[in-house]
Design a protein around this ligand. Structure first.
Ligand code: NAD
Length: 427
């Protein structure tokens, strides 16, 4: 391998998260002695589309030029699959990194997809509903030849939700001339969305908690849980943890966190945030900042907001002995080293949050067959896939004497490289 992170070949994708993702891949590729041709091939995405488009604000006076991206990392495994993010700072490198992580994630849980990701550089909290709809529809038009049920299937991610997926599906369907629910997942059930998709990522993550706790010799009853981020992933992770008998002592959102040592009532937090949007103002709790949240006394920490939240500035002060990663890329490589030195057990993102894409896969299959499953079937199959993936990754970790993140990457990378070798090179 002559390429190194940061060299000319990677200039297009330059961003902290892309460096992290490639750095991680390089480390594991060397560890498993990966064929250098495959190593070089998989460091960069196969396709990346950057679009810009005009977006008219509600006042009809100002027109903004908005940047959008869709990146497909590997097309050898089947259609590509990955979320769509609306964020003020999203960029091509970040989207490319997340597409790569999606490739490994799908391979770890055995789904027939390569990884993809999308992004639109807007601040979702500043958009009205009508503005969000216009941005979604125009972005969809700009990438319409790139996506499709057999090509690339978007899903919700940060700043997007069921409603955004519904607009995306409607725009695509209008242009192809027939209803095409399988073009996106994470839709409302009324449009062919799957029951239990909304809860899937948080629920899937926490379905691993009993096995992870057992591994640490931790009693789950009353175990103290802290959750960073109270959006789609964080809120359902908090709820599932509470349902397992754990005590959710703190949660936070972009504005800050709330803490109660006796435990928060997660269902009432749902009601509060549904009405007030943010956690602030919730009664009879102590306020904590997002920085303080990571230092709270707890057993389990669930980062479920942004990438890079656990880094060298706070890793050493984390008291939890178990981290379940709900967000994508929440822990930087140097923080990983600190956590390992402090004997913190980390269930990595590419394994932990795979429940979302797993139920998205169920949704896609149901849409293609026009045959819908019951909630209990979906929850049962999700649990089975998550538990099997966890056991298989743990086996690799024990056999190869590596941490869970490295083991998960070994498993995912091996599956993808086997497929690529079997397909060969055209022409
Ligand atoms: P979301 O937009 O529904 O919620 C994000 C939450 O994080 C909100 O509570 C927001 O206020 C909070 N937040 C945003 N910036 C923050 C900051 N700087 N500090 C603290 N809190 C902040 O997003 P989501 O779908 O829950 O996704 C959260 C993470 O999980 C992302 O990293 C995403 O890529 C990852 N993820 C999501 C899914 C899914 O199915 N939605 C699947 C896999 C991974």
């Amino acid at each position: 391998m002559t390429l190194s992170v940061g060299d000319g070949a990677l200039l297009e994708w330059e961003s902290p998260l892309f460096r992290e993702a490639v750095g991680q891949f390089d480390r594991v590729a060397e560890l498993i002695d990966l064929d250098p041709n495959l190593h070089e091939r998989l460091r960069v995405p196969q396709r990346a589309l950057t679009v810009t488009f005009p977006f008219r604000h509600d006042d009809y006076m100002s027109v903004e030029t908005v940047f959008g991206y869709r990146v497909q990392h590997v097309l050898s495994m089947g259609p590509t699959k990955g979320g769509l993010r609306f964020a003020a700072d999203v960029n091509l490198g970040e989207v490319a990194a997340l597409a790569m992580l999606m490739t490994w994630k799908c391979a770890i849980v055995g789904l027939p997809f390569g990884g993809a990701k999308g992004g639109v550089r807007v601040e979702p909290l500043e958009l009205t509903r009508a503005e969000k709809q216009r941005v979604t529809r125009r972005y969809t038009m700009e990438i319409i030849n790139f996506i499709g049920p057999d090509r690339d299937i978007p899903a919700p991610d940060m700043g997007t939700d069921e409603q955004v997926m519904a607009w995306l599906m409607d725009t695509y369907s209008t242009h192809v001339g027939h209803s095409e629910p399988a073009v996106v997942t994470g839709k409302p059930p009324a449009l062919g969305g799957s029951v239990a998709r909304r809860e899937a990522t948080g629920r899937g993550l926490v379905s691993l908690l009993p096995m992870a706790a057992q591994n640490r010799g931790m009693e789950l009853e009353n175990a103290k849980v802290v959750v960073h981020g109270f959006g789609n992933v964080g809120r359902y992770a908090a709820l599932a943890a509470q349902q397992l008998g754990a005590r959710v002592v703190a949660v936070s959102d972009v504005k800050g966190g709330i803490y109660r040592d006796a435990g928060l009532d997660v269902e009432s937090l749902f009601a509060w945030t549904d009405e007030h949007q943010f956690l602030e103002g919730y009664p009879q709790v102590d306020e904590v900042s997002n920085e303080e949240l990571f230092e709270l006394d707890c057993d389990v920490l669930i980062p479920a907001a942004v990438g890079g939240a656990i880094n060298k500035s706070n890793a050493d002060r984390i008291k939890a002995s178990l981290i379940l990663e709900g967000a994508n890329g929440p822990t930087t490589a140097d923080a990983d080293d600190i956590l390992a030195a402090n004997n913190v057990f980390v269930v990595p993102d590419i394994l932990g949050n795979a429940g979302g894409v797993t139920v998205s896969y169920f949704e896609w299959v149901q849409d293609l067959q026009n045959y819908f499953w019951s909630e209990s079937e979906i929850v049962g199959r999700l649990r089975e896939i998550m538990n099997r993936a966890f056991s298989e990754v743990l086996d690799v970790a024990v056999r190869e004497n590596v941490d869970l993140r490295t083991a998960a990457l070994i498993k995912g990378i091996r599956r993808v490289t086997q497929a690529k070798l079997a397909r060969g090179i055209y022409p």
